[in-house]
Design a protein around this ligand. Structure first.
Ligand SMILES: [Zn+2]
Ligand SMILES: [Zn+2]
Length: 363
């Protein structure tokens, strides 16, 4: 076996240590709560039953969302974002970056891309040999490009991105509920520990540590959870919060924000009854995202599209989109379209008669 292969296997194995650590803490907390607290320490049967039922509810939701966050594979760019064979060969032969950019631009002209690198170039991953869709980033830990990558999380040994972001938020929420519930119900027995009212068995040390561990996790999860709720409300990934996405008219940290309600719906879906379930309900395909620059006021009259870009709108009030050459097969595909919204791009940059039409669905 090649040394690099062995090294990689070791790295993969070691990466599970934080997950195993969390799993062991959770197993111990289950044993300590159910056996040592509820069965051994609590004298009242009614109290035991209520605690056990509520504990198991929060435990199941917590384990379910944690499981989904860990074992949902990150979503990768689709085949459309790979260079076609001819262009790929040209790209590899070409040594000058500006010529390589020309090749990328040619391929990207048929893709729904709104964002660029800081220098205004098409975002391309040399490692995966793929044009990066908007909000997609290469994760060096996973060694792949991940759609709407948020961050690589060692506690779940997985990339948090488009495919599992909802699960991750629910994992934080349910772990907070789990810890808060334990801390709140253990508190009175924790106080009894210090006043020497607990029977002198080893159970009392489990009770003591249950409270400490639950309180400690509560504090650390609360800050992370609040931060991610704020990000969901703003429709930003952690990466975008640190470095604003660059559109054709420059960086715009709110470029993907569509307003609080729509931002939340993008992650959690339209149907509120599924919001708290760790099942996939996020909107879209992870390859394209509506940007506020292509959204149009629903009150506006329908526009008349004419080939002549300078006189293409009826009342001249259509907002100008900076992503004119991002004309698109994918945005135009059936499942992206509803007839509610129509916006046009009057600034087709190459001066041809084509005009870019964006159809945005309004929920
Ligand atoms: Zn990549
Ligand atoms: Zn990763």
């Amino acid at each position: 076996m090649a040394p690099t292969h062995v090294l990689r296997c070791c790295q993969r194995g070691l990466a599970w240590i934080p997950v195993i650590f969390i799993a062991l803490v959770v197993c111990w907390s289950y044993y300590a709560y159910v056996v040592e607290l509820c069965i051994i320490t609590i004298p009242s049967t009614g109290e035991k039953i209520v605690y056990l039922v509520l504990f198991h509810l929060s435990f199941i939701m917590f384990v379910w969302s944690y499981w989904m966050t860990i074992f949902t594979r990150p979503a990768n760019p689709s085949k459309e974002f790979c260079l076609p064979k001819v262009e790929k060969e040209q790209y590899e032969k070409e040594e000058r970056p500006e010529n390589q950019q020309e090749i990328l631009k040619r391929v990207a002209s048929s893709l729904p891309l709104y964002t660029r690198t800081g220098a205004g170039a098409i975002r391309y991953c040399d490692r995966c040999q793929v044009i990066k869709p908007d909000r997609c980033h290469h994760c060096s830990a996973c060694d792949m490009c991940v759609l709407k990558m948020d961050h690589h999380c060692p506690w779940v040994n997985n990339c948090v991105g488009f495919s599992n972001y909802k699960y991750f938020i629910l994992f934080l929420a349910y772990s907070l509920v789990y810890c808060l519930f334990i801390a709140a119900t253990v508190l009175q027995y924790f106080i009894k520990f210090w006043t020497n009212e607990l029977p002198d068995t080893h159970a009392k040390f489990h009770v003591l540590f249950l409270f400490f561990v639950a309180a400690m996790f509560c504090i650390s999860i609360l800050s992370l959870f609040s931060y991610h709720l704020w990000l969901v409300g703003k429709n930003r990934s952690t990466i975008e919060a640190f470095r604003a996405p660059v559109f054709r008219n420059g960086p715009d940290k709110n470029g993907f924000s569509l307003g609080f309600t729509k931002n939340v719906a993008q992650v959690f879906g339209d149907e509120k009854k599924y919001w708290l379930c760790p099942i996939f309900t996020s909107q879209g395909d992870g390859l394209t995202f509506p940007t506020r620059l292509v959204n149009i006021d629903p009150e506006q009259p329908t526009v008349i599209i004419q080939p002549d870009s300078s006189k293409s709108v009826e009342d001249g009030s259509v907002p100008q989109s900076p992503m004119s050459d991002s004309q698109n097969r994918l945005l135009g595909s059936d499942h992206h379209i509803s007839d509610d919204h129509l916006s046009i791009d009057p600034l087709k940059s190459d001066g041809t008669d084509d005009i870019t039409v964006y159809l945005e669905s309004e929920s």
